[in-house]
Design a protein around this ligand. Structure first.
Ligand SMILES: NC(=O)c1ccc[n+]([C@@H]2O[C@H](COP(=O)([O-])OP(=O)(O)OC[C@H]3O[C@@H](n4cnc5c(N)ncnc54)[C@H](O)[C@@H]3O)[C@@H](O)[C@H]2O)c1
Length: 334
């Protein structure tokens, strides 16, 4: 589905983090709908290096780009020499998705270096090229503030959330200093859908519970899971938000959620219905302090200033995703 009337054919489009979940979906959106667009994916891809929490340091995976016919530049956004590999291009649009996306990395130096320092370089590149900048922020900027989460009232409670919060402050200032530029930050809530598998333990509960169920295991949820409500948003609607952000009424930061929070129990129940299982639920203690109990995006300004209109319900999103969840079940994640 085409999300606005911009003709991206003949446009040169940079997608940092384009081997990851959201970035690769954007790459295919352009390839499928605008065959004459020139898409450049910049991503460090995954190495074998892991953080102290045991998760890989980056989740970009070539399998997310099988069938992609644009350019791929392997590079690290922390390296000025790697970023200089982009000097040969003049971009019309920059979609900056590359980041340490794992919210449970507590090494503040690496999170800030990766998520924040590189942003200055990419904003400068967008300015030089006269490109539109759409960048990924996060609902993690809100920490545990009560719902509905509203742009302008942030209180990050981990290094990741703080790094995204700082990106927003940098973007506001850069936007003031460069009023002719289009700069839009998108605060994604809990995204799920195709091409998230290689995020492993940081992928959504939709695919993780789906695979537990397909293995014949009773889905494990934290005690009180019917009370934990989150704003789950399908990747189709996240792509829609990115595309609509290219032509905003106003620069700024916008929430990308449905505004309609659902429980983890709902996800488990919908999956069991779609997979025709009756495995019940196993409740386990929640080991996390500061666990977000309730998220609900206030999307009023996203609607008015971007024209964003999420259309995929949790029921529809999971139903459409089932064949992909089945296909990936048990496949090698390395
Ligand atoms: N998926 C979600 O639910 C969600 C929610 C809020 C915000 N976000 C943000 O959206 C963006 C995309 O998230 P995603 O879910 O696709 O995550 P992802 O981890 O799949 O994608 C991030 C990509 O960035 C690449 N990357 C990481 N460090 C890099 C570096 N130093 N140099 C170059 N590339 C690097 C990774 O290889 C990966 O391909 C991220 O900025 C993330 O913080 C995602």
């Amino acid at each position: 589905m085409i999300h606005n009337n911009i003709d991206f054919n003949k446009k040169t489009i940079l997608i940092t983090g384009g081997a990851g979940f959201i970035g690769s979906n954007l790459a295919f959106y352009f390839q499928e709908n605008y065959p004459d667009s020139h898409v450049v994916v910049f991503d460090c891809f995954r190495s074998e290096a892991a953080f102290a929490n045991g998760n890989l340091q980056s989740f970009g995976h070539y399998n997310n780009l099988i069938g992609f016919t644009g350019d791929v530049v392997c590079g690290n956004i922390n390296s000025k020499a790697d970023l200089a590999l982009l000097d040969d291009y003049k971009f019309d649009y920059v979609f900056h998705q590359a980041a340490i996306s794992d919210t449970r990395v507590y090494d503040q130096e690496i999170v800030m270096r990766t998520n924040v320092n590189s942003f200055y370089d990419l904003l400068a590149k967008a300015k030089d090229d006269d490109a539109v900048m759409v960048y990924a922020s996060s609902a993690a900027t809100y920490g545990n503030l009560p719902s509905p989460q509203t742009v302008g009232k942030e209180n990050p409670e981990n290094p990741y959330g703080f790094s995204k919060y700082m990106m927003e402050q940098i973007a506001y200032r850069f936007s003031d200093e460069n009023p002719d530029m289009t700069i839009v930050g998108l605060k994604f809530f809990n995204v799920y859908g195709r091409r998230e598998y290689y995020k492993a333990k940081t992928s959504s509960m939709v695919i993780q519970l789906g695979h537990q169920i397909l293995s014949g295991n009773t889905p494990k949820l934290f005690e009180g899971s019917d009370q934990f409500l989150r704003d789950f948003i399908n990747i189709e609607d996240v792509v829609q938000a990115n595309i609509k952000a290219c032509n905003p009424k106003q620069n700024g930061t916008y929430n990308v959620g449905t505004g309609n929070p659902r429980s983890f129990q709902d996800i488990s129940d919908i999956l069991q219905q779609e997979l025709n299982t009756d495995l019940g639920t196993e409740y386990i203690p929640n080991p996390y302090d500061g666990y977000q109990m309730h998220t609900q995006a206030d999307i009023s300004t996203s609607k008015t200033n971007l024209g964003f209109n999420p259309i995929v319900s949790l029921e529809e999103g999971i139903k459409d995703y089932i064949p992909e969840i089945r296909r990936l079940h048990g496949t090698d994640i390395s």
